[in-house]
Write a protein of this length. Structure first.
Length: 116
């Protein structure tokens, strides 16, 4: 998959290994948060997504995402504190696009995480 094929709000499967320390690891779905204007770059800014395991997010940098939204198979949590830039070669497949309300939630979590 090429990075130019994904847009802000897309859910894409990304290989995040190798990692260091407490960075999110494994191949997992991620939310593309790079602006669409930057789609010519060969890097993609993402927010990793984890299985919610029945938990409700209690911190302002965590966003609950419902199964089915953006092609997610399970209720999930996006962690804006783990924002990361990856080379487009780490992208494997696009699952879908999040709803507008979920993207707004991601935007708010990023504002909190980055203090902007």
């Amino acid at each position: 998959m090429q990075g130019k094929d994904c847009r802000r709000g897309d859910i894409v499967l990304v290989g995040l290994d190798p990692t260091v320390g407490r960075e999110q690891a494994k191949t997992r779905p991620c939310v593309v948060v790079r602006t669409n204007v930057a789609s010519r770059a060969q890097v993609v800014v993402i927010v990793p997504v984890s299985d919610a395991d029945g938990k409700e997010p209690k911190l302002p940098f965590l966003v609950q995402l419902k199964a089915g939204d953006g092609g997610l198979k399970k209720d999930s949590i996006a962690n804006a504190l783990q924002i990361r830039t990856v080379d487009e070669s780490r992208l494997f497949e696009k699952w879908g696009r999040l709803s507008k309300s979920a993207v707004i939630g991601i935007n708010n979590a990023l504002r909190f995480a980055l203090d902007i």
